[in-house]
Design a protein around this ligand. Structure first.
Ligand SMILES: Cc1cc2nc3c(=O)[nH]c(=O)nc-3n(C[C@H](O)[C@H](O)[C@H](O)COP(=O)(O)O)c2cc1C
Length: 341
């Protein structure tokens, strides 16, 4: 097994170990319920049309696995849960599959299980356009996530050090790939300055990957056995990142809220802040690891029903109505917005 495969397995183990190292910034958002709501639970419609396909609910099983022998069982379970609940899914970084053909099946299993599903490819923004194209082809992806993870790479002994190509690569990807390009952070969050830059390059899809949930610099520090926290302390809380991105991008851009989303309430709050869809990674990994595939799928169905119940209390009948929702911000997120927006 090469270093990349071993690292992926470490990431799964460390994610579960550090699962409670979590900060819930969503507590700083209060929903205003509407007692005069006339919404009907049986008719609440969470359908969203994205990249030409229709989802039952604005939920994404975010990028995690594939990339080491034996890991297809994770992607297979995630793909089946995504299919059963008609939600979106991304595979983990496909670099390992580009280097070693034997690992391709750990990713392509998702298309086999869910031939009509909304599935995203995933590769680093420092990769060449050829590798991006090959990643899309490997799983017949509907869109590609280009991940940006300076903090994680710099926290790794063997990580990348040179990010000078990323903006050129992203611009080329937007122009040359035949699928939508999603620029994705992995736990440090996208600022309004960065979002503006990406938007200038033609990017219309943003995955916030904010602070609060899985913290990859922290995981890499743990793998190194370092008690010195450096880059794991830097990050934009996910709710703040959603608001920052929303404040500068085109009205027709798509914002994925991710980083520390673990409940139906977090998802609704993220939508109220301006996100279109929520991506959950470690929460689904933990549920699958602890309780198995059947539980995972049922848990997603339960989450969707909970979102519908919150919608009734908020007087929403569909995702369009979320625009009329009212919230109050407090504490850290309120201070953040007062200073930054
Ligand atoms: C085990 C694991 C592996 C991951 N691998 C990738 C990856 O290969 N590419 C990527 O863009 N993000 C990767 N991520 C990051 C997630 O997609 C997500 O951005 C991040 O975990 C924050 O979401 P969370 O707090 O819900 O876990 C991984 C996350 C986990 C937990």
């Amino acid at each position: 097994m090469d270093i990349r495969e071993m690292r992926k397995i470490d990431h799964i183990t460390e994610t579960i170990k550090s699962y409670d190292n979590y900060k819930n910034f969503f507590d700083d958002i209060i929903l205003i319920p509407i007692s005069s709501s006339t919404s009907d639970l049986n008719k609440v419609d969470l359908n969203i049309k994205l990249y030409g396909k229709i989802l039952n609910a604005p939920i994404l099983i975010n990028a995690m696995t594939g990339g080491a022998q034996g890991l297809e069982k994770y992607n297979e379970a995630f793909a089946r849960a995504a299919k059963e609940n008609k939600i979106a899914m991304a595979v983990g970084s496909q670099k390992a599959g580009l280097i070693n053909k034997e690992l391709i099946k750990t990713y392509s299993v998702v298309r086999k299980v869910n031939p009509d599903g909304l599935i995203f490819a995933n590769i680093s923004a420092i990769e060449s356009i050829e590798n991006m194209k090959r990643s899309v082809e490997m799983i017949q992806a509907d869109a590609i996530q280009l991940h940006i993870n300076h903090g994680q790479e710099l926290s790794m002994a063997e990580g990348d050090r040179d990010f000078s190509n990323i903006l050129n690569n992203i611009e080329e990807a937007v122009k040359k790939l035949h699928v939508p390009v999603i620029v994705k952070e992995v736990g440090t969050g996208i600022s309004k300055e960065a979002a503006r830059k990406f938007a200038e390059l033609g990017v219309r899809n943003f995955d916030t990957g904010g602070l609060g949930g899985t913290n990859f610099p922290y995981i890499e520090e743990q793998r190194l056995g370092s008690s010195n926290h450096l880059l794991s302390e830097i990050g934009i809380p996910t709710p703040a990142s959603i608001i920052e991105v929303k404040s500068v991008v085109d009205y027709n851009s798509i914002i994925f809220a991710s980083g520390g989303i673990r409940t139906s309430m977090h998802i609704v709050k993220a939508l109220l802040l301006g996100a279109h869809i929520a991506g959950l990674a470690s929460y689904f990994l933990k549920k699958y690891t602890d309780f198995g595939e059947k539980f995972l799928s049922e848990d997603i169905a339960k989450m969707i029903m909970e979102i519908k119940k919150i919608f009734v209390v908020m007087n929403f009948q569909n995702l369009e109505d979320v625009k009329n929702g009212k919230i109050v911000l407090k504490n850290e997120i309120k201070e953040w917005i007062d200073q930054r927006i």
